[in-house]
Design a protein around this ligand. Structure first.
Ligand code: SAH
Ligand code: SF4
Ligand code: F3S
Length: 447
């Protein structure tokens, strides 16, 4: 019966920006195949969960969602159930045994192959696609969720082996896209009228290491810094952001490029994970807290007002109270605009998960609370500097809590609200005078 009607799809995305970008490309493929978006998963004929396994709670969330839809499949056998992303890659076949109602289990490297994989499913197969592959250039157009800011992958995968992290297991080895492919995608984004682009990589400073060519000085020819110079003048794109930076590979050349290129926003996301050198060593991060501090000082030398955000983990195996206090100290000294914090979660197939010096949940959650408290205090101090200033805000949406207001971000990535009509302002860069500051957001008025 449903075959005569338009088939409808629903995607729920968990996890990081890479997953969001992958979901947008998979949505584009599905629309190309004639599927139409359904906001409500319960009225969709195809449901795709794009999953995350960075911490145990992220993984468990997927199973509870899946359970509900698997039940529905018993009364609606033509429902197609897909699990994509990092849990799919980690679990593979095991996932099929655990949830036999599934039609397709596909790792992140296979996102661009969704059409072929679904054709196998519609032929009657149950498909698992988790073998490592060379990621194909994407030929379909992503269905982008935002009309204002577009994601562009520049490098897939990660070659680091931080001892706590599943990403290298699930995302595979680094694969850089060519500067030409990236520029072409950005030109298309500019033509479609997106004012902002965010360039993505798990370790964006690794960009180009796998591309051919060296300079006469013996550097890789295509570094991330070179890429910024290569793409910064794409027409109609007014802001360029990027994430994530790794302290081990972060260079002064990159800081200089950001200071020099007017479209590149003054915001750096550089996770430090811990403020203690021994913990950093156990994590195999490849830098010391002194080196991290030098990077921040260097950024502020070139751009005194730059925003800095980061990620940190508390309760890594063996972390002592004193070592944790070194993280607090780093946070107090640097003054982050924003910090994503997490309690360490042992992950399958990662070295630290097998160590015997795991800390209790009580210790971890106590440290997390103390850190979060300090983060909010420091973020409020950082917000304070905006008071009375005039900031350029790129309007993204209506304020969901106050329809008379719109919201957008400053160049430093602070969420900002002000009175205005979204129909008129969406996608526009507006000068806003800041009249109210909170730890993680601002309020102002259009001038
Ligand atoms: N590539 C980025 C981070 C990717 S994962 C980097 O190198 O920093 C995003 C964040 O999740 C990490 O920065 C880390 O803070 C957190 N994270 C990763 N594995 C974790 C684990 N096992 N337990 C708790 N947090 C973790
Ligand atoms: Fe994970 Fe480390 Fe790679 Fe970041 S750099 S994705 S933390 S292994
Ligand atoms: Fe999660 Fe995979 Fe991203 S594990 S954080 S969705 S790379």
């Amino acid at each position: 019966m449903t075959t005569l009607q338009t088939r409808r799809y629903h995607i729920t995305t968990f996890g990081c920006q890479m997953n969001k970008a992958d979901s947008e490309r998979m949505a584009g493929i599905l629309e190309d195949m004639g599927f139409e978006w359904s906001e409500d998963p319960n009225s969709a004929d195809l449901i795709l969960y794009n999953t995350c396994t960075i911490r145990d709670n992220a993984e468990q969330k997927v199973y509870s969602y899946l359970g509900r839809q698997a039940k529905r499949k018993h009364s609606q056998p033509d429902l197609t159930l897909v699990v994509a992303g990092c849990v799919a890659q980690q679990e593979g076949e095991v996932l099929l045994r655990r949830v036999p109602e599934l039609d397709l289990v596909m790792g992140p490297q296979h996102a661009n192959r969704l059409k072929d994989l679904l054709e196998e499913v519609f032929d009657g197969g149950q498909v698992v696609a988790t073998e490592p592959v060379h990621i194909m250039e994407d030929i379909t157009k992503p269905r982008r969720d935002s009309a204002v800011t577009a994601w562009v992958n520049v490098i897939y995968g990660c070659n680091e082996r931080c001892t706590y992290c599943v990403v290298p297991n699930v995302r595979g080895v680094e694969q850089s896209r060519t500067p030409e492919a990236i520029r072409t995608e950005m030109e298309e984004i500019g033509r479609q009228g997106y004012p902002e682009v965010t360039l993505l990589g798990q370790n964006i400073d690794a960009y180009g290491r796998d591309l051919p060519g060296v300079t006469p000085e013996g550097r890789h020819k295509h570094t991330f810094t070179d890429l910024l110079y290569h793409v910064h003048d794409v027409e109609r794109i007014e802001r360029i952001r990027f994430a994530t930076s790794h302290p081990r590979y972060f260079t002064e050349r990159l800081i200089k490029a950001c200071a020099e290129l007017p479209k590149v926003c003054e915001h750096f996301h550089i996770p430090f994970q811990s403020g203690d050198n021994e913990v950093l060593k156990q994590m195999r991060r490849g830098y010391t807290h002194e080196k991290y501090r030098r990077i921040i000082d260097k950024i502020r030398e070139y751009m005194p007002d730059a925003s800095i955000s980061a990620d940190a983990i508390v309760g890594f195996p063996g972390e002592t109270e004193e070592q944790f206090e070194n993280t607090l100290k780093l946070v107090a000294d640097v003054g982050f605009d924003q910090l994503n914090t997490a309690a360490y979660s042992p992950r399958p197939g990662t070295p630290a998960a097998f160590w015997e010096n795991q800390l209790s949940d009580e210790v971890k959650s106590d440290r997390l609370q103390r850190l979060n408290h300090l983060v909010a205090q420091k973020a409020a101090e950082r917000s304070g500097r905006y008071m009375g200033r005039i900031e350029e805000v790129l309007v993204e949406d209506q304020n969901p809590k106050d329809k008379t207001q719109v919201m957008g971000r400053t160049r430093g990535n602070r969420l900002t609200f002000f009175a205005g009509d979204i129909k008129e302002l969406k996608g526009k860069l507006i000068k806003v005078k800041i009249t109210e500051v909170r730890a993680f957001s601002l309020t102002g008025e259009q001038i």
